[in-house]
Write a protein of this length. Structure first.
Length: 634
């Protein structure tokens, strides 16, 4: 019988070969898998703020301590263990993990104590008492710690308002923490802006903005909020307070400034102060000897304001029913229709926006958002808006605009020290462009001679009626206006104002019965028939924009005063020849004026004031305007 040992030996190479082939077909315990750059970036930047899970740095701390799985089932105990294990100093990795994991648990459990704890941990990490921060600005945890602090402040002080919205309540007091208490103080006078208290603070980070092309926000420290002005609880009156719209929303930043938070994590007695900064009053704050930018979200505040605004509803009714605007306006607001978007600031040039027919200041929202999102323009200019009933006679509305601008200059600067207040740029769209032109011409007595055969001073009337008629029929360049911009303006008439359509539109407009009542009484006594007819049967704005209207024909012969620079932005639809084109309402020939120092043609329809090309041209004009006065600032 042959021995079997050699056969076993001959089988071993075959078995080994099979094992080698099998192992080659399996993955090793450690290896790599190629992914695209988007996946790689997403994996490296997951966090409690972006994906409702902890970031890799926080998971690393949990894995090292064997707590990763336990955190999912026992988050409160794990957070308590992490807190107890903090070293008295340094320990940044654990401190960051506590900030993020406390936020993550707070979000899952809807427990505001842990949001406030996250804010405390993040502050202690970023501002370690007297020491400079050890995290490098290039460390992803550095920016994430700021964002965790900002969002934790808003969430920790939030209260349900109804639906899915929260209101941030900025109230001093003692707040519970998972490891102790947080005692917050505040200015007893409360936050103020433009002479009014601020209230109803809403977080903006969790608002999705619609209707704007761009959302401008400034990154930094603090929770970005929007606040309402409380016009019923005004503080000491400031100049121009009544020119702030009642529904104004103010972008603000709230900061919880904590005292030696790192040192007091051990005993759990944290103290600090609530600080509130309006975005147009402060852009930086000093913390631990460093000047830091404040986080703010002005676009969201503007969008929130417009979502609740009645302006859109007033546009058509304000055109059809003269006098509606004034009846809607609260009695404690400026009655002349001129409003400022911010409290008056000396040294900033006013940009006055005048809307067109059947419109309102809300239609300038896109332009306002872009201009206020530009730091150079924001620093050099201040935006005002003029609101009027757009069905009223153009001369009447222009007289109100002129009076309002004169009144504002006198209110803000009676001593005449602010030169920039007298370098205004007035921008008018459509009919608003005609109002704008009437701030920048010298008409002499041409309009008066159209409605009366007697010299103005020879017509007997009381002082009030005389002042009213003078404002309606005589125009001189306003000394405060330095530049005008016409956007789709019917200098020679509007296409739709002529013929049957214009007649129908004009017939639908109801002028206020008291429009010229005082003047009507005076001229009736004078017996001047031509004047009586003009005053007792005033034209509507549609009549005024008819190419055959005598007043418009006079206006188109009067150029803008040479001391005031004029610019034209003209809309033309389609790709045809500019000179033969129109925007559906105004032709190129009607919008063109020879005295314009620049003319920009944009391929849009009549409602072009919010389009990119128009906004960029206005931006260019404002840059040019600022440059011309660059060496003349007070």
């Amino acid at each position: 019988m042959q021995p079997k040992t050699p056969q076993k030996r001959r089988g071993r190479p075959i078995a080994l070969s099979i094992l080698v082939l099998a192992s080659a077909g399996c993955s090793t315990p450690v290896g790599v898998q190629p992914v695209d750059i988007q996946t790689a970036y997403a994996l490296q930047n997951l966090s409690a703020l972006s994906a409702e899970q902890a970031s890799e740095p926080s998971k690393t701390v949990l894995r090292r301590l064997g707590l990763l799985d336990r955190f999912e089932t026992e988050p409160v105990r794990v957070l308590a263990e992490l807190h107890r294990g903090l070293n008295p100093v340094d320990d940044d990795e654990r401190l960051f993990a506590l900030a993020e994991l406390a936020f993550l648990h707070a979000d899952r459990a809807r427990d505001r104590r842990y949001f406030l704890a996250a804010a405390v941990y993040a502050w202690a990490l970023l501002f370690p008492d007297a020491d400079p921060p050890r995290l490098s600005p290039s460390d992803p945890r550095y920016r994430l710690a700021y964002d965790l602090y900002n969002q934790a402040v808003a969430k920790g002080l939030g209260q349900a308002r109804g639906g899915d919205r929260e209101e941030v309540v900025l109230r001093p007091g003692l707040y519970p923490l998972p490891f102790g208490t947080l005692r917050l103080g505040a200015d007893p006078a409360g936050p103020a802006w433009g002479g009014y208290r601020l209230d109803h603070f809403m977080p903006t980070t969790t608002l999705r903005v619609r209707g704007f092309r761009n959302r401008y926000n400034r990154h930094g420290i603090g929770a970005p909020l929007t606040a309402a002005i409380d016009t019923q609880r005004s503080l000491e009156k400031t100049v121009g307070a009544e020119r702030l719209a009642a529904g104004t929303q103010v972008p603000v930043t709230v900061l919880l400034r904590l005292d030696q938070a790192r040192a007091h994590l051990a005993d759990g007695r944290i103290e600090g102060r609530i600080e509130i900064y309006a975005a147009d009053q402060a852009t930086t704050v000093e913390v631990a000897g460093r000047s830091l930018p404040l986080e703010s979200d002005p676009t969201a505040a503007l969008a929130y304001q417009l979502e609740h605004s009645p302006l859109y509803d007033l546009e058509l009714t304000g055109f059809l029913r003269g006098g509606l605007f004034k009846s809607w306006l609260p009695k404690d607001r400026a009655q002349d229709g001129l409003f400022t978007l911010h409290p008056y600031k000396p040294g900033r040039i006013p940009v006055v926006l005048v809307h067109g027919t059947g419109s309102s200041p809300a239609r300038w929202a896109e332009l306002v958002n872009e201009l206020e999102g530009d730091p150079h323009i924001r620093e050099r200019f201040q935006i005002w808006v003029f609101f009027y009933d757009s069905g009223n006679p153009i001369g009447f509305s222009a007289s109100r605009l002129r009076s309002a601008l004169n009144a504002a200059v006198e209110e803000f600067d009676p001593a005449g020290r602010d030169a920039d207040l007298r370098r205004m740029v007035v921008v008018g769209h459509s009919q608003g462009g005609l109002l704008t032109k009437l701030t920048a011409i010298d008409s002499g007595d041409r309009f008066w001679r159209r409605i009366s055969d007697q010299p103005f001073d020879a017509v007997p009337m009381d002082p009030e009626a005389r002042a009213m008629l003078k404002g309606y029929a005589f125009y001189t360049p306003l000394p405060s206006v330095a530049r005008v911009v016409f956007v789709a303006t019917p200098h020679h008439g509007a296409l739709l104002a002529a013929g049957r359509i214009g007649s129908i539109a004009a017939s639908l407009v109801t002028l206020p019965v008291d429009l010229f009542s005082r003047a009507a009484q005076a001229v009736t006594l004078s017996g001047e028939e031509k004047l009586m007819k003009a005053i007792l049967s005033p034209p509507t704005a549609v009549d005024n924009m008819n190419p055959d209207n005598p007043a418009l024909q006079i206006l188109q012969t009067i150029p803008v005063d040479p001391r005031i620079k004029a610019h034209s932005i003209i809309a033309v639809r389609g790709e045809g020849a500019e000179a033969a084109g129109d925007d559906g309402v105004v032709s190129y020939r009607s919008a063109h004026i020879d005295e314009a120092v620049s003319e920009k043609v944009v391929r849009w329809d009549h409602s072009c004031q919010g389009q990119p090309e128009v906004i960029e041209e206005i931006r260019r004009i404002l840059y040019q305007h600022a440059a011309e006065y660059a060496g003349q600032r007070p």
